[in-house]
Write a protein that binds this ligand. Structure first.
Ligand SMILES: Nc1ncnc2c1ncn2[C@@H]1O[C@H](COP(=O)(O)OP(=O)(O)OP(=O)(O)O)[C@@H](O)[C@H]1O
Length: 762
């Protein structure tokens, strides 16, 4: 009798973590099982407590827990592996069931529930192979506590109705502390976790019903005993000859296959207009954007063009998106997606519209600032600060495409702080005119200028398309049709918080505003590290009602790190916008991952801090190398050091090299070289993640820079803006760490972490 075998998500994740040798034995086991599940070497036996679960032998120590889910028409048995574990963790009380809300098969992992919670709920676990174990005698009684149960306000019936797994209900109603709740939910099915964490974080019953339960509820009447039907609704991995490759991919595979229902809904929904996904760091915005592209690509009619644009803010992030997308999307469909960073896109549009001899070299804002300073010095102009003027030009004049001096007199200068009188505006306009003429003469332009030009070209093109439509000629009818249609059918944007107004105008004009699924925008304004605040509505991108959604569950950062990160971002005096006229917040932002407490440490000098850093990195290196069980894991690329300025990058790398730690600098193209520890300034860390991260030199005066003090009284709005940018930068940095974070400083700590440093007792 042959068998078909599938893997439940949890079992697959357990396999990722096993030693290579045990994984190899699992592949052998699957092979044998598929040939004949009843062969004696597998020792297939039913657990005593629940008639649905069987255990089978992978090797002397490991067992597969399986459940039969039906028989195919050709008489092949179909089995689902629901867990893979050490035999001492197999208990007779384990159960598998069909969830009454989702209709999926689910397994509650009682093996990971702490003994105090089990006892509180009156559950005793009996090892399935007692003869093989010398059980630790569990004498610990739950500490009697006067604390009421955490979820005392709810009844078993209410939890059942929301979809909490039956076996968990008594347990969660009994727990009295967050720690116990974490233990109970550690091995819980996803819906149970979402519901309980939702209630525990203060969401009301109706809110949970609406936001968590309703989206995953199946409409049909469910037969809770029909496992064959249930397994068709459950995301499982088929065990075939490719299973080894799938398991070896480990966590890299997880994001491709197991989307959270909220993420899945966002990625696959049909939207009548632009949609925006927000959410704290690590909540999967990028993952959803990638799946969105996959979904859109699969709907395309056959063709050879590239109707989908996937864009982001920087070059290295675009390269990363390209790589990840290629592992998700079929190669044929991948060829239909244009993955480009936003400045490159603008440069392409400008290039298409400019004769070769008129093309200009692009310069950074820093180079432009030096030119402007030079000009002001030559003019002996003392009244204007170069930085202020450059910002005025970038944000007000270019940002709003102000075409003339008279328009500049009328324009709103929201968020600019210092107000300007009419004569002052006149002076500013004149100086900026002289400045742009100077750049022109040098044959250069800033990226802001290029973006503004690209927006204008693209808006002209959109106007031409609309005019043709109004005249009754359809797109692509005549020769030269490349210029006569909208450039894309779908635009997907990641890291949206940092795009300039002109980028948005360009993107808006690249896609038909009257077609569905036109724009999909992912970003988090708490992570805005450039000065480009926009109101999308005013730029023709109207995001209505339910087309704005927030993700709240972090898949990256441990709870311990997230709690400190929130202290950085959530200052009571700061509000964050929603890329429009409203506000955004991080309410409900949470993680279910646990890890070591982040460290905050002050040193007497930079040299001492560097020595402390080398010691931390050495410890981390050993920890990561030891993670792989008997095979040593290569720590390269899993550890990074984040510094506050370029100069310190060099200093850190030089010091670490002498301490026998090899480094690779994080450049705008990604890490240069294959050194094991990546070192870079904070800006370079946007969108990245590392298992362990050290942030050094978080001193008073380094972040925010001491230089902004001059604005404190003269231009308080500007001062606040600079502090906010620094806050966001540090927030981005601390949330890059998956499970290890060490923040340090020498002298006095930055004002942004002073409170955290004190409360950490260091
Ligand atoms: N459904 C999922 N299953 C497994 N892993 C996931 C899932 N969703 C996200 N992740 C993982 O969580 C991490 C963070 O995801 P992602 O980079 O998409 O978050 P983000 O919201 O874009 O973060 P940031 O705002 O910091 O750039 C990644 O390692 C990703 O693979």
């Amino acid at each position: 009798m042959t068998a078909r075998l599938s893997l439940y998500r949890k079992a697959e994740q357990e396999l990722y973590k096993l030693d290579r040798a045990v994984k190899a034995q699992f592949y052998d086991f699957s092979h044998m099982f598929r040939a004949n599940p009843d062969q004696p070497g597998l020792d297939l036996k039913k657990l005593k407590g629940d008639s649905r679960i069987y255990r089978a032998k992978i090797n002397q120590s490991y067992r597969a827990l399986l459940t039969p889910v039906g028989v195919d028409p050709d008489n092949t048995q179909h089995w689902l592996v629901i867990a893979v574990r050490h035999r001492k963790d197999v208990y007779d009380e384990l159960q598998v069931a069909v969830n009454r809300v989702t209709g999926e098969i689910e397994f509650v992992d009682l093996a990971v529930v702490g003994s105090s919670a089990l006892r509180r709920a009156g559950i005793t676990l009996t090892p399935a192979e007692p003869e093989a174990i010398t059980p630790p005698v569990e004498q610990i009684e739950p500490v009697p506590t006067a604390e009421p149960p955490l979820l005392a306000a709810y009844s078993a019936e209410q939890l059942r109705e929301l979809g909490v797994a039956e076996q968990l209900i008594d347990l969660v109603l009994a727990v009295t502390s967050d720690t116990e709740l974490d233990e109970v939910l550690d091995g819980a099915p996803m819906l149970s976790k979402d519901v309980i964490y939702g209630l525990a974080s203060g969401m009301g019953l109706d809110e949970v019903r609406q936001e968590v339960t309703a989206p995953v509820k199946v409409d049909e009447d469910l037969d809770l005993t029909d496992f064959a039907a249930a397994v068709t609704r459950t995301k499982v991995t088929t065990v075939d000859k490719n299973v080894q490759a799938k398991i070896d991919e480990g966590d890299f595979r997880a994001w491709k296959v197991f989307l959270h229902p909220t993420q899945e809904r966002l990625a696959n929904h049909h939207y009548k207009g632009p949609v925006r996904i927000s959410g704290g760091p690590g909540t999967g915005k990028t993952i959803v954007a990638l799946h969105r592209v996959n979904h859109l690509a699969r709907q395309l009619p056959p063709g050879t063009d590239k109707p989908i644009l996937l864009t982001t803010f920087t070059m290295n992030l675009a390269a990363d998106l390209q790589l990840r997308l290629a592992s998700l999307v079929d190669p044929d469909l991948m060829a239909r997606v244009d993955v480009t960073h936003i400045d490159q896109l603008a440069a392409r549009v400008v290039g298409e519209n400019t004769a070769q001899r008129q093309r200009k070299q692009r310069i950074t804002d820093q180079v432009a600032l030096t030119e402007l300073r030079q000009l002001l010095a030559e003019l002996d102009e003392q009244r204007w600060d170069a930085e202020f003027l450059l910002d005025e030009w970038e944000q007000v004049i270019l940002g709003q495409s102000v075409p003339s001096r008279s328009d500049y007199f009328q324009v709103r200068r929201a968020g600019r702080g210092r107000s300007l009188t009419r004569p002052e505006r006149s002076q500013a306009w004149k100086l900026i005119e002289q400045f742009t003429a100077r750049l022109d003469k040098l044959g250069v332009e800033t990226w802001g200028q290029a973006a503004e030009r690209a927006a204008r070209y693209e808006m002209d093109r959109a106007a031409a398309v609309e005019a043709r439509r109004a005249a009754g000629t359809s797109d692509g009818e005549s020769s030269g049709s490349r210029h006569l249609g909208y450039r894309y059918q779908h635009v997907v944007v990641d890291e949206a918080q940092d795009l300039r107004a002109s980028h948005w105008k360009m993107l808006r004009a690249m896609v038909d505003p009257n077609q569905p699924n036109d724009m999909f925008i992912a970003g988090d304004t708490h992570q805005r590290i450039y000065d480009h605040q926009v109101a999308l509505g005013a730029l023709g991108i109207n995001i209505r009602g339910r087309r704005s959604t927030r993700l709240t569950l972090s898949y990256r950062t441990t709870r311990e790190i997230l709690a400190r990160a929130l202290l950085v971002a959530d200052d009571k005096d700061v509000t964050y916008d929603d890329l429009n006229d409203g506000t955004d917040d991080l309410a409900g932002y949470r993680s279910i991952l646990h890890g070591p407490r982040p460290t905050f440490a002050g040193y007497g000098s930079w040299d001492e801090e560097l020595a402390g850093l080398a010691s931390t990195l050495s410890t981390w290196r050993e920890e990561i190398a030891g993670d792989g069980g008997s095979t040593r894991r290569d720590p390269a690329g899993h550890i990074a050091v984040c510094v506050t300025d370029r100069e310190r990058v060099g200093q850190v790398m030089a010091f670490l090299t002498t301490a026998n730690i090899t480094c690779a600098e994080l450049t705008k193209d990604g890490p240069s070289g294959d050194g094991e520890v990546h070192v870079g300034t904070m800006h370079r860390f946007k969108g990245l993640e590392y298992q362990k991260l050290a942030i050094v030199g978080v001193n008073q005066g380094a972040i925010p820079r001491a230089g902004i003090e001059r604005y404190r009284h003269d231009d308080p709005t500007r001062y606040e803006r600079e502090v906010r940018k620094a806050r966001s930068l540090l927030f981005v940095a601390v949330t890059r760490a998956r499970d290890g974070l060490a923040v340090s400083w020498n002298g006095s700590p930055s004002q942004l972490i002073a409170g955290i440093a004190e409360s950490s007792g260091e």
